[in-house]
Design a protein. Structure first.
Length: 116
């Protein structure tokens, strides 16, 4: 089972981007999904998460600017990023946890660059 992330790019500060992460795996509606990011020289950090019941959580640094959603029919999780700041520049990774599996799935990463 693979996760395929897309939607990164170069955007000016204050702009918006929407990241997508799609899969072909089964039981998607039960998966807990997340978006992480890793900036140069920094550790990977959780940006946003969404449970199978669509409960969401966000890093303090993105609250009010980013929104995570899921479309179970399309087996896709999204991260809508608004009011982007240069400090949001990072490689963004999607992540999935399946309740019946011990491993964690990761997408390949998509680069988001925010210019000032």
């Amino acid at each position: 089972v693979q996760l395929q992330a897309s939607g990164g790019g170069l955007v000016q500060a204050g702009g918006s981007l929407r990241l997508s992460c799609a899969t072909s795996g089964s039981g998607f509606s039960f998966w807990t999904l997340g978006w992480y990011r890793q900036a140069p020289g920094k550790q990977r950090e959780l940006v946003a998460g969404i449970s199978g019941s669509s409960f969401t959580n966000y890093a303090d640094s993105v609250k009010g600017r980013f929104t995570i959603t899921r479309d179970n029919a399309k087996k896709t999780v999204y991260l809508q990023m608004n009011s982007l700041k240069p400090e949001d520049t990072a490689v963004y990774y999607c992540n999935a946890r399946r309740p019946w599996e011990s491993d964690v799935l990761w997408g390949q990463g998509t680069l988001v660059t925010v210019s000032s």
